[in-house]
Design a protein around this ligand. Structure first.
Ligand SMILES: C[S@@+](CC[C@H](N)C(=O)[O-])C[C@H]1O[C@@H](n2cnc3c(N)ncnc32)[C@H](O)[C@@H]1O
Length: 246
């Protein structure tokens, strides 16, 4: 499961996703969250995943079909143009950060909710490293990600803004929660895999070269750095927020 999978599952459960519900996953990517939601709503429920990228929608469909998951459908759509509701819940992970006007996006998605319906979002916020003395490679690798998001006009701090975004979109905010992403000498985090997944964008945006990143050895170098320093490193918070349509 991708980064934050367990966090998202708890968020959806606590926000109130239940069997039989009809759910919209906004900016579904290759379907990680769609599949979690599909499990929670069960065979009597249904989840529609939408994404503006044709390629990821195709991949999500193939993946669900290969896994024999029948209660999901995927559509190539912008989140500003949601499918017809009403949905019992609209959910999304790491998608509002890429929207130029997240309040407008959430308001538009909430319009497809029934009265009392749930809106639940998982986003991140970069924080100044709380620790990490000597962990220069960790700071550098995290910096590649943050700078790439910044150059793509993404909002790397939107987790901190979720309460305001949901409120301004007209929702009653029920809860905002956060967990730190913690790395220790013995606690691995998928930083190198994330850098690997984002590598073409890092290079394309001119943030770092493939040689500087040296993805083939990055994970081993990060692990070695934490083990040598004995430090704990925190530079990223996962935020979850949910609200209800009035
Ligand atoms: C970081 S990925 C997250 C994918 C998925 N939610 C997950 O957590 O695995 C962001 C996704 O949002 C999609 N996206 C960004 N802005 C969008 C928009 N305005 N409408 C539809 N999809 C959008 C991108 O195409 C991408 O697949």
């Amino acid at each position: 499961m991708a980064i934050g999978g367990e966090f998202m599952r708890r968020l959806l459960q606590d926000a109130g996703l239940r069997p039989s519900m009809r759910v919209l996953d906004a900016g579904c990517g290759s379907g990680d969250v769609t599949l979690i939601a599909a499990e929670l709503v069960g065979s009597a429920g249904h989840v529609v995943g939408i994404d503006r990228s044709v390629g990821v929608v195709h991949a999500a469909r193939e993946r669900a079909s290969a896994a024999g998951v029948g209660n999901v459908t995927f559509e190539t759509r912008d989140i500003d143009d949601p499918p017809e509701g009403p949905f019992d819940a609209v959910v999304g992970r790491r998608v509002l950060m890429y929207h130029p006007d997240p309040v407008r996006a959430v308001r538009g998605l909430a319009a497809a909710l029934r009265e009392g319906g749930i809106a639940a979002f998982h986003e991140h916020a970069a924080v100044e490293p709380l620790s990490g003395d000597g962990l220069m490679l960790h700071r550098t690798a995290q910096g590649w990600l943050h700078e790439t998001i910044r150059r793509e006009d993404g909002n790397g701090r939107i987790g901190m803004e979720l309460h305001a975004v949901l409120t301004q979109a007209g929702l009653n905010v029920v809860e905002v929660r956060a967990e730190a992403v913690v790395q220790t000498p013995t606690q691995h985090y998928a930083l190198a895999s994330i850098v690997g997944a984002v590598l073409p964008r890092i290079v394309e945006r001119g943030v770092a070269t493939a040689d500087e990143i040296d993805i083939g050895t990055l994970e081993a170098r990060l692990d070695a750095e934490r083990i040598a320093s004995g430090s704990t490193y925190v530079a990223d918070m996962m935020f979850g927020a949910w609200g209800q349509k009035r």
